[in-house]
Design a protein around this ligand. Structure first.
Ligand code: ATP
Length: 329
């Protein structure tokens, strides 16, 4: 089948192809010349390798903000470059189709922007599916069955909780605080407590390193002394990282847990027996599943592949048009 399942995320872009699986999973980042912002010089990992190393006249652009497109021209250039990277024309024909995941909270205008950008980037037909529905499908859940499933998605720019059942959405909450805000919290902490200025990549590495350091208990980060500007190393305890991000994770989880207020009793009993499905990169952070369990009072299962299950589900939808028809806005 000629087509793609695409998760255009704030932090990562993931693309799947039926029968081939995930063919691209890279940062949603593009390098452009400041004089010609409509053409991508580099995207994804190639662009990320250039971060904090760009010569004058070249700048990084994040084409997706809080899960949605903010500038049509930049996004069109980005999606065109993504498709060129994954889809040599001789293999997928001139105009392949695609299913794109969109946040449940996207407005009609934001959804239309996604459709337009996809079509202008060369896709023949574009279908949209709510991200949590795609994520559930990617984890083997049938979103059409008459049984409620609660999905929490903590991404880079947005956190969402959605209860889906029988082709519809029973309840939903979202907030524009997510994984990237946790990285910012670490940046602020290092500056305030250790008087050191580090790059976003370094703060992100400290965040990602936290789960693996149960044995080591500390990690070393490099940066610039806030007062002298000289290069300096700081030893950061894992617990410090957790303390720095705790207020943000707590606020995300508390906002999401209010979603239970809207659920009818039978849906609650479905969710109690099944547990919550946690997806998105933020769900992999140490302590987050426990925080979710405490706030919701329900068991939590983290997806096997939290970063790619949405694109996997969007790809699976290519062969399940009834799911797209049921969840189309
Ligand atoms: N192992 C990990 N532990 C903790 N956080 C992680 C891990 N891997 C990725 N992340 C974080 O998850 C976030 C990205 O998650 P994801 O790819 O699901 O988001 P996205 O789909 O791009 O964003 P959004 O859904 O908001 O548009 C980033 O903030 C990243 O730092």
């Amino acid at each position: 089948m000629r087509g793609f399942g695409i998760d255009l995320g704030t932090a990562n872009t993931v693309v799947g192809i039926p029968d081939e699986g995930i063919v691209l999973n890279e940062p949603s980042l593009m390098m452009v010349r400041t004089t010609e912002r409509r053409r991508a010089l580099a995207i994804g990992r190639d662009a990320s390798d250039l971060l904090d190393r760009t010569p004058p006249g070249i700048a990084p652009v994040r084409p997706i903000c809080d899960g949605v497109i903010v500038d049509l021209e930049t996004a069109r250039a980005y999606v065109t470059a993504v498709l060129a990277k994954v889809a040599p024309r001789r293999r997928y024909g001139m105009r392949p189709t695609a299913v794109l995941a969109a946040p449940v909270s996207a407005t009609p205008l934001e959804r239309r922007a996604l459709l337009e950008v996809g079509q202008e980037a060369g896709l023949r037909k574009v279908g949209l599916i709510p991200g949590p529905v795609a994520g559930a499908l990617g984890c083997g859940i049938d979103p059409l069955e008459p049984r409620a499933h609660l999905v929490v998605d903590i991404g880079g720019g947005t956190s969402e909780v959605t209860t889906l059942c029988y082709g519809g959405i029973l309840s939903h909450r979202s907030c524009r605080i997510a994984g990237d805000d946790l990285t910012s919290a670490i940046l602020r902490y290092l500056r305030a407590e250790h008087k050191i200025v580090v790059s976003e990549l370094t703060a992100e590495r400290a965040k990602l390193g936290a789960p693996d350091t149960a044995d080591e208990r500390s990690l070393v980060v490099e940066g610039r002394d806030a007062a002298t500007g000289r290069a300096r190393l700081v030893t950061l305890e894992t617990e410090e990282v957790m303390d720095a991000i705790r207020p943000t994770t707590t606020s995300i989880v508390q906002t999401l847990s209010t979603c239970l207020d809207d659920l009818p009793p039978r849906a609650i009993s479905d969710v109690m027996s099944e547990g919550i499905l946690a997806i998105g990169g933020g769900s992999m952070l140490r302590g987050v599943p426990q925080l979710l369990e405490e706030a919701f009072g329900l068991p939590v299962k983290t997806a096997e592949r939290p970063l790619t299950c949405v694109a996997e589900g969007a790809t699976a939808c290519m062969a399940q048009r009834d799911v797209i028809a049921a969840y189309a806005a």
